[in-house]
Ligand binder design. Structure first.
Ligand SMILES: Cc1ncc(COP(=O)(O)O)c(C=O)c1O
Length: 414
């Protein structure tokens, strides 16, 4: 039996722990393996709390995106810009640059500076952000070749004052949002007016402002929410349809940037995103228009490529709840608490033992510091460590030093 067949067989045998298992993240003889390494060894070597990232998985995710767009007929007419706000760990950015398969979506001058320090050139970076200060614009003006998407009329004028006669993108807001399971905290557009992008009502004013400064509007950009999966794809296509109107208003547009927002499953009942359907919608809408399609995913590339390694601090029943405490809180991975995105806890050792129910909680003095309610885990009495999956995106990059517990380790694996 080959090693791969052996792994598949073991994944089937440990079914009760299985929805998230895949070839590079699964039990082998009762020990969790990630990116070819025993997680028990990683816990010892890296320490806790610690983030470990699999570059192999990031590159697989990136290739899957490129392949889906190629297969849909957008070969040679698309580019991927990694949204580095999801994870800016320098070795990961450097490895992405080395791959030659993506550029960068940056949202602050410091992100631009950091991407450049990891090897990217300014002309491989697209910048999209709002509420920029004069100082921000001054800093951005240092990077020749950086592409700027304005998300307000104010932004168009500010850029035009520095770089009249150049090309610019405009972030638009189609008034429709998308997110995992309709989660409103992850939506950037919708019935409620948001700060993101320029609405239909102001779009002609925006084009006039660009004209005043001799700016050529060559790109329309939209990003209306995060975490969407297959059930949200009909909304995805409606959003693209809404955005056609903006493109039709200006002849100079050669590119469309459709943002990121592609999600990964967080719980067993989540249906993974069907990339073929996602890409086919893009090809249907833009295929015959001769436009170059940019995407700027963050989560889809890195989220399921990261684990958070944790040490058990205590086990105690309070009333009818069994609490399992760990040595890190929501401040170093804020998504479960802030966005209600569950990061499934997973034991380091597992051999089909019966499961028990735990509330996994962190070490921060806040009521919302709960990692996972009713987690199904084997008896954790004898266990010292566990991990959270899907911790590769918007975790370390959003970490704070709340309660002065902001320290963690990070390591990039092959
Ligand atoms: C403008 C823009 N593009 C891309 C992204 C990346 O989103 P995601 O990580 O959900 O793919 C974001 C996330 O906030 C964003 O604001």
């Amino acid at each position: 039996m080959t090693q791969q067949e052996r792994i598949k067989l073991q994944m089937n045998e440990s079914k009760s722990m299985s929805w998230w298992q895949r070839e590079d993240l699964c039990y082998q003889d009762g020990v969790l393996f990630f990116a070819g390494q025993s997680v028990a060894d990683l816990v010892r070597e890296v320490g806790t709390p610690g983030f470990v990232y699999s570059m192999g998985r990031v590159l697989q995710n990136l290739d899957r995106l490129h392949n889906a767009l190629d297969d849909a007929g957008l070969d040679g007419r698309h580019s991927v810009l990694y949204a580095m706000k999801a994870n800016r760990f320098a070795p990961l950015l450097a490895a992405l640059k080395q791959s030659g398969k993506c550029g960068i979506d940056a949202c602050s001058p410091r992100e631009v500076e950091h991407a450049i320090s990891c090897g990217f050139n300014a002309n491989e970076i697209s910048f999209t952000a709002g509420s920029l200060s004069r100082r921000d614009y001054r800093l951005l003006s240092r990077y020749e070749g950086l592409f700027f998407d304005a998300d307000s009329i104010h932004g168009i004028r500010a850029w035009g004052e520095m770089f009249s006669g150049t090309q610019i993108g405009i972030r638009v807001n189609p008034g429709m949002g998308i997110s995992r399971d309709g989660n409103e905290r992850l939506q950037y557009a919708g019935d409620v007016t948001t700060k993101f992008g320029i609405y239909k009502e102001q779009f002609h004013e925006a084009l006039a402002a660009a004209k005043d400064y001799g700016l050529d509007v060559t790109k329309i950009h939209f990003h209306t929410g995060c975490g969407f999966l297959t059930p949200q794809l009909p909304i995805w296509e409606s959003i693209i349809e809404q955005c056609q109107w903006f493109i039709e208003q200006c002849d100079s547009v050669t590119r469309v940037n459709v943002g990121g927002g592609l999600g990964v499953p967080h719980v067993e009942s989540d249906q993974a995103l069907d990339l073929q359907l996602w890409a086919q919608a893009l090809a249907r809408q833009f295929g015959d228009k001769g436009l170059h399609v940019e995407i700027e995913p963050g989560d889809y590339l890195v989220k399921d490529a990261g684990l958070l390694l944790l040490e058990k601090t205590y086990l105690e029943r309070k009333r009818d709840v069994m609490f399992l405490g760990v040595d890190a809180g929501f401040n170093i991975a804020p998504e479960p608490a802030n966005y209600n995105l569950p990061f499934q806890p997973v034991p380091v050792f597992y051999q089909d033992q019966p499961l028990q129910t735990y509330h996994v909680v962190g070490n921060i003095n806040e009521a919302l510091d709960v990692w996972y309610e009713n987690a199904q885990l084997p008896d954790m009495d004898e266990e010292d460590f566990l991990v959270l999956i899907n911790a590769g995106g918007y975790s370390s990059s959003m970490a704070s030093n709340h309660c002065m517990r902001g320290e963690f380790k990070e390591r990039l694996l092959g």
